[in-house]
Design a protein around this ligand. Structure first.
Ligand code: 13P
Length: 254
């Protein structure tokens, strides 16, 4: 019922020239049946979106384009920011919102993240809302409390249809870029908890909402993670930068 989604978050890596090569190489390693099974998304930096769009459209690729962040307003005096409308014009279809690096390094708070989630929907794109606890919060057994507050605040005011099409990425902060992954069981427990939270407010819409796991996903651990009931995909950082490695993550069943 829920189609797998595997997204590469390239973070602040890849010029527009690198991006053209990376998208092309990735496309050579994927076939139509892979795309039937998995929605494949790449999220390069803003400066590379136009080049990625051109390659995807010129070569009729089935790779989808995502952005790593956006502002909530359509336009205005917000120096250095990028609006949802600008992204939509570049054929961007997914936008990561509330990544832990945005929260922890750049001070984004839940209220802003909620405005962004709504703005992405208003721009006819799909938000990938990222949530996750820090190492200290996990040690203090506050994982569920933290994830609950981030999810509830991030999705405040959404309709049931929006919850159905929302993508949530559960990324424990201590697993990002560290080589430490949550065990598949721990990841399932939190992803199942998130689906239950969505069901509390939005009923059946929760069954359609896709939940990704992120944090040191690689070709060696992805299959066990994807086998879990409430995990519908992965948000991949480091392992998405090499097209061969990323293709192995996407084709996790091979
Ligand atoms: P890594 O896969 O490098 O741990 O990064 C995860 C992440 O932050 C994806 O958004």
């Amino acid at each position: 019922m829920r189609k797998d989604l595997i997204a590469g978050n390239w973070k602040m890596h890849a010029t527009h020239l690198d991006t053209i090569q990376m998208v092309q190489k990735l496309s050579y390693r994927l076939n139509d049946s892979d795309h039937e099974r998995v929605d494949v998304v790449v999220c390069p930096p803003f400066t590379a979106l136009r080049s990625a769009q051109t390659v995807i459209e010129t070569d009729h690729l089935r790779i989808k384009l995502g952005a790593q962040n956006c502002h909530w307003a359509e336009s205005g005096a917000y120096t250095g920011e990028i609006s949802p409308a600008m992204l939509a014009k570049l054929s961007v279809t997914y936008v990561v919102v509330g990544h832990s690096e945005r929260r922890h390094i750049f001070g984004e708070v839940d209220a802003d993240i909620n405005r962004k989630v709504k703005a992405v929907f208003e721009g006819a794109m799909t938000p990938i809302l990222a949530v996750g606890e820090t190492e200290q919060e996990r040690a203090d057994e506050m994982t569920e409390e933290r994830v609950r507050s981030q999810f509830v605040a991030g999705t405040t005011g959404l309709t049931q249809d929006q919850i159905s099409s929302l993508v949530v990425a559960y990324e424990p902060v201590w697993a990002i870029g560290t080589g430490k992954t949550a065990t598949p069981e721990d990841a399932q427990n939190v992803c199942g908890f998130i689906r239950d939270l969505a069901a509390e407010s939005s009923g059946n819409a929760a069954d359609h909402m896709r939940i990704l796991y992120g944090g040191s996903v690689n070709p060696g651990n992805v299959a066990a993670i994807m086998a879990k009931r409430d995990i519908d995909g992965a948000l991949v950082g480091g392992a998405s930068l090499d097209p061969d490695t990323f293709a192995s993550v996407i084709r996790y069943w091979v």
